[in-house]
Design a protein around this ligand. Sequence first.
Ligand SMILES: Cc1cc2nc3c(=O)[nH]c(=O)nc-3n(C[C@H](O)[C@H](O)[C@H](O)COP(=O)(O)OP(=O)(O)OC[C@H]3O[C@@H](n4cnc5c(N)ncnc54)[C@H](O)[C@@H]3O)c2cc1C
Length: 506
Amino acid sequence: MSDIQTKTDVILIGAGIMSATLGTLLKELAPDWNITVFEKLDKAGEESSNEWNNAGTGHAALCELNYTVEKPDGSVDISKAINVNEQFQVSMQFWSYLVNSNLIRNPHDFIMPLPHVSMVQGEENVAFLKRRFEEMTKNPLFKGMEFSDEPEKLKEWIPLIMQDRPADEAIAATKIDTGTDVNFGALTRMLFEHLETQNVEINYKHSVEGIKRTKDGLWGVKVHDLDGCKMEYHTAKFVFLGAGGGSLELLQKTGIPEGKHIGGFPISGLFMVCNNQEVVEQHHAKVYGKAKVGAPPMSVPHLDTRYIDNKKSLLFGPFAGFSPKFLKNGSNMDLIASVKPHNITTLLAAGVKEMALTKYLIQQLMLSKEQRMQELREFIPNAKTEEWDIVVAGQRVQVIKDTEAGGKGTLQFGTEVVSAADGSVAALLGASPGASTAVHVMLEVINKCFPQHVKEWEAKIKEMIPSYGISLMQNPELLHEVHTSTAQILGLSKSESLEAAGHSVS
Ligand SMILES: Cc1cc2nc3c(=O)[nH]c(=O)nc-3n(C[C@H](O)[C@H](O)[C@H](O)COP(=O)(O)OP(=O)(O)OC[C@H]3O[C@@H](n4cnc5c(N)ncnc54)[C@H](O)[C@@H]3O)c2cc1C
């Protein structure tokens, strides 16, 4: 151990979108607090938050069919979609506050307007989509959504998908123009650049190896300085485990009872990326289809226009797969090392329950490029193999825990905040809807861990997020105000979007 020993108010472990968001919120609410960040890689936003490691969908439930459930009587339950949409509005307001206050600049560097489309094939699916559309358009959150099963209309919306299709194919889509493509990697980097100007100490190439409660009630964090090849010891009153797939291991190291009986199951992802710019230019939307039977919700196939490195790209996927690593830059021992005496029965129960999922993931992993092209051709019938390359996306670690509804060893597909009873440490686990709802989730961390400050911070939170604590769905006037102002500040309104298209396809 070296003689480096420091004391700080807050330690954030990991430099992804979650730590970036929590750090930025805390700096606005408590500017005097000292914050230190440790990141094991040499830059911010290099794991799941990186633009090539996730799909960049601003998840507002405008097109993702897995957020709406068909009930046995044929009606459509949209409650999950409402939740996800309300949470995304919180992110949009916070990002607008940051741009408006000049804390970050050039919103088009991280967010672009892009129609969100749901597309289905087959009579039954078409009928479902129509019922879903009717239910959703009763709600002000989904105002502006259109439905069509007319080939001519669909050719206008999704020309690349409609090329070379049999004329009698049952196909339908909904489209809404207020969708977005978000470059979460760029946003993460912008937030960390801003934090650096706010005296936040950011240590790259610093891997956290241990975390323990000290005698005086603080948290002691053992850090490996990878460049200097030495160990350091830092203490803080509050620690956030924002290590993505690495959070579970750190949570286990804290020894807090709330972290027991929880396991993780890694699901890897692959995208196909188009290398022909002529094809790329024929598509302008995020088009989500329906998940295959037995597929986990995060592997719903989608064909996405993306704005990455100032260039328009076209990505299809994700293809799920299995890897024992919990981080893309992780170790093949991650899964085994996460098995502890307190979670082994939970994991074994999940293993028995989720045989079908394991089989599905292994099948996905074994797919050849040509088999992947066959799945792509359900979207683009004339897709050419030589025009598509495979890129490896990020790892997601799904939470496994015992729940009342699902019983022992239930696989969770959402995000979970696990915190100590005294609020001195919190971990973020899980990955869906993920980065899009980072602001909502980090406000949850603040509410759980700093309840004694929330009253005094409320006015500032409302300044940053005018709808804080209010349901937008039930307040259509506020919803309209929020939509108008965020679209204008983030450059997402119609006139701005034309300019944006020019800006980015340069
Ligand atoms: C294939 C895929 C598609 C996705 N699509 C979307 C999407 O379309 N929309 C959306 O909103 N979300 C999406 N997500 C989810 C989203 O990417 C994640 O929810 C989000 O990026 C998680 O951010 P994070 O900050 O928690 O983790 P990360 O971005 O993974 O950051 C964690 C950081 O912690 C560091 N770290 C780990 N262990 C340690 C340690 N011991 N010491 C120091 N540092 C450490 C890592 O190096 C990393 O930089 C997708 C994810 C995947 C994998």
